[in-house]
Design a protein around this ligand. Structure first.
Ligand SMILES: [Zn+2]
Length: 302
């Protein structure tokens, strides 16, 4: 058992749907953190924690939480991760939890709030300006999105550079995030004082537990050989809509390695990529991730 500190460590919970820009924001905050000891817990839905690899590459103090989404998974990963964060020497000034893209941030905040060594600074939820309205209109996804928005103390509209006028979207989201202050960010350009500031506004109503464990699935593929870049791009462009997110680091035939990111129908393949184990994680609804895995097998991914 650990000895409680005189002052509790502030905790910020960062949520938002698959591909909303959470990892981008975490990296931007770590760049701004000069002097602030910020420990980041990263919960990725896939069995390989790509987000943690992308953060660790930028030399943050990062703890990866695997074995499923911590808001609903049975297990001690989350408690162990929190304990590891608080036992760091020197102790962190602030702990940031990056939720999985399907998590209910309120559930994670509630777990963290019972820890006597922590105090909740706020729940920050990101909404992808280019995709959130369509996701909310999808009956399979709406409950997950609505939970995330409802939990927000600070709602951040992301990718605003890719969208036109966001006033209509802000009006759509306002009643869904009744407790939230609103901000906008592009490429994670949110001041750290805003992101990690005191936002938590009183106790939160308990919500019934999320059941997304059966709704969302992830498949992790590994390359058998370096991949042809053009064929990879064509195959990823052709994936079914049920694949909500694809991300990974893969070796290319020209000897380089690429960071692959697909959010909805938007695909980015960038070189160079961070040094990390080669894998591609597919996250989606129903059988879509397995259908996609079958479609990608001829490339040399299995
Ligand atoms: Zn969960």
């Amino acid at each position: 058992m650990r000895v409680s500190r005189a002052t509790r460590t502030p905790l910020t919970v960062l949520g938002g749907f698959l591909g909303a820009g959470k990892t981008t924001l975490v990296n931007a905050l770590l760049r701004q953190a000069q002097g602030l000891r910020l420990t980041v817990l990263v919960n990725d839905f896939g069995s390989v924690n790509i987000d943690a690899a992308l953060i660790a590459d930028r030399s943050g103090d990062t703890i990866a939480l695997t074995n499923g989404c911590v808001c609903c998974a049975v297990g001690d990963d989350f408690a162990a991760g929190l304990a590891a964060a608080l036992d760091r020497h020197p102790a962190p000034d602030h702990v940031l939890i990056e939720c999985s893209g399907v998590a209910d941030p309120a559930a994670i905040a509630a777990i963290a709030q019972v820890d006597p060594e922590l105090t909740l600074a706020g729940v920050v939820v990101l909404a992808d300006t280019t995709g959130v309205a369509a996701r909310l209109a999808d009956p399979l996804l709406a409950d997950t999105l609505r939970r995330q928005l409802r939990a927000a103390d600070l709602l951040v509209l992301t990718k605003t550079d890719l969208a036109g006028d966001t006033a209509g979207l802000a009006a759509l989201l306002r009643p869904l995030a009744p407790r939230a202050a609103m901000a906008r960010a592009t490429h994670g350009d949110l001041p750290i004082a805003v992101a990690l500031g005191e936002h938590a506004a009183g106790p939160r109503a308990a919500a019934p537990p999320a059941r997304h464990g059966t709704l969302f699935a992830s498949v992790t593929l590994r390359p058998r050989r370096p991949l042809d870049a053009a064929a990879l791009r064509a195959s990823l462009d052709a994936l079914p809509d049920g694949v909500l997110r694809a991300k990974g680091i893969l070796p290319l035939a020209d000897g380089t390695q690429a960071l692959v990111q697909r959010v909805g129908r938007r695909l980015e393949i960038t070189c160079p990529a961070p040094d990390a184990p080669h894998a591609l994680v597919l996250i989606g609804t129903g059988t879509a991730p397995w259908d996609a895995a079958a479609a990608l097998r001829p490339l040399g991914l299995e």
